[in-house]
Ligand binder design. Structure first.
Ligand SMILES: *[C@@H]1O[C@H](CO)[C@@H](O)[C@H](O)[C@H]1NC(C)=O
Ligand SMILES: *[C@@H]1O[C@H](CO)[C@@H](O)[C@H](O)[C@H]1NC(C)=O
Ligand SMILES: *[C@@H]1O[C@H](CO)[C@@H](O)[C@H](O)[C@H]1NC(C)=O
Ligand SMILES: *[C@@H]1O[C@H](CO)[C@@H](O)[C@H](O)[C@H]1NC(C)=O
Length: 178
């Protein structure tokens, strides 16, 4: 189960902030739903499900930079066995995903569309399964996906602790807000 509580993105005038999603204009599909308390639930513990939430208006990107911040929690059915993960995605259209599939394809692609240079597609994956066909480094990594689920670059999920002055491993499926 994947839950998101808030999201913000900024790029010149092209920016938005949500503090909770109740009454928001998000375009939901799959099994995604917004709870009355404002939490966005993308998937539940049923197998092979996809949930998506799109900002409903086009955003103009230039090649320099963008930033985004969001809080999510992945709550697995069993402590060590979650789903395949979650992505933050930028795509040319919503329709792009109509034929995408679940599991290791993360709701982004299918076996034929994966890796196509014409996808014009960017995602940050928070990947919680090791899939050898995509050369995944482990079952808890952050990757940059460009047109493909084989990450352009990836690293084990971790953060820098100011207090302990070292990098700490991040358990993506801890069920806690990250
Ligand atoms: C997950 O959501 C789907 C669609 O709403 C529903 O049919 C299914 O029963 C739910 N599964 C669980 C475990 O809640
Ligand atoms: C892209 O954004 C940067 C930073 O906001 C700005 O300095 C630059 O002029 C923009 N470039 C174009 C082509 O819009
Ligand atoms: C995969 O997705 C692409 C793009 O949406 C679609 O054209 C193609 O028919 C799909 N392939 C399969 C096997 O579903
Ligand atoms: C923490 O990880 C970053 C990114 O891999 C690395 O650049 C940095 O040197 C690491 N810091 C420490 C204290 O290990």
């Amino acid at each position: 189960m994947v839950i998101i509580s808030s999201i913000a993105i900024a790029e010149n005038q092209n920016q938005f902030v949500y503090n909770g999603f109740h009454g928001s204009n998000l375009h939901l599909n799959g099994i995604a739903k917004v709870h009355p308390n404002g939490l966005l639930e993308l998937t539940n513990t049923s197998y092979q499900q996809i949930g998506r939430a799109f900002f409903p208006f086009p955003i103009k990107f230039n090649t320099s930079s963008f930033s985004t911040t969001f809080v999510f929690a992945i709550v697995p059915k069993l402590p060590e066995l979650g789903g395949h993960g979650i992505t933050f995605t930028i795509s040319p259209s919503i329709e792009f995903f109509n034929r995408a599939v679940a599991n290791q394809y993360l709701g982004l692609f299918n076996i034929t569309s994966n890796g196509h240079p014409t996808n014009h597609f960017f995602a940050i994956e928070l990947d919680t399964m090791k899939n050898p066909e995509f050369k995944d480094i482990d079952d808890k990594h952050v990757g940059i996906d460009i047109n493909s689920l084989q990450p352009y670059v990836s690293a084990p999920a971790s953060y820098y602790s100011d207090k302990e002055k070292e990098n700490k491993t991040l358990r993506l499926i801890s069920g806690k807000p990250i």
